[in-house]
Design a binder for this molecule. Sequence first.
Ligand SMILES: CC(C)(COP(=O)(O)OP(=O)(O)OC[C@H]1O[C@@H](n2cnc3c(N)ncnc32)[C@H](O)[C@@H]1OP(=O)(O)O)[C@@H](O)C(=O)NCCC(=O)NCCS
Length: 186
Amino acid sequence: MTFPDTFPVLTTERLVLREVADRDAEAVFEMESDPVAMRYWSRPPMQELAEALASIERAKGFFAARSGLRWTIALSGPDRALGHVAVFNFSEQSGRADLGYGLARQHWGQGYMHEALVAVIGYAFGPLGLRRLEADIDPRNEGSLRALDRLGFAREGLLRERWQVVDEISDSVLMGLLAREWRPPR
Ligand SMILES: CC(C)(COP(=O)(O)OP(=O)(O)OC[C@H]1O[C@@H](n2cnc3c(N)ncnc32)[C@H](O)[C@@H]1OP(=O)(O)O)[C@@H](O)C(=O)NCCC(=O)NCCS
């Protein structure tokens, strides 16, 4: 695994994936305070903008500590943040990391996450040198399962009662993709 010295900006047909910045706070808050978008997330929706700023600070810290990468997904024309993708929980020894992502609700259904994930997976299995990516998805989160199915992730197993958020307990589907299986869609 080769962790980059400078933050890797990725570009696609419609998007620029760049390092998260303080100016993304409103967009982060828009998504992460929305109870619908946060329905299957690992924590409750944000209540105030200060939480978005704190989350951005933590994400910048992941890169500084070489422990994770969080890209803001922005439109390539106006620098407007739509959501994010993160690769984190690296195991350098095993060449593996977790994948996390989300879009503000108004941007669902337009293939933006698909486009962003193709770029991030290509980077993770290319320059970053990972061998395996995994994601932990609530079995009721159909949109997220579809997004990973479409990219060739395998549904590897069901982890029972893995999360508790406030008073709700939920299972996880563990999704995995190996570098040798990766076929970037054309
Ligand atoms: C998971 C999430 C990112 C999926 O968003 P999405 O917009 O459905 O994902 P994609 O970018 O893959 O878009 C695919 C959809 O766009 C449609 N689409 C439209 N134009 C498209 C294009 N140019 N290319 C590809 N798909 C396109 C597809 O038909 C598909 O719709 P369908 O699933 O109804 O068939 C979104 O639901 C979300 O942010 N949820 C909240 C956060 C969350 O749960 N994150 C995951 C936690 S693990």
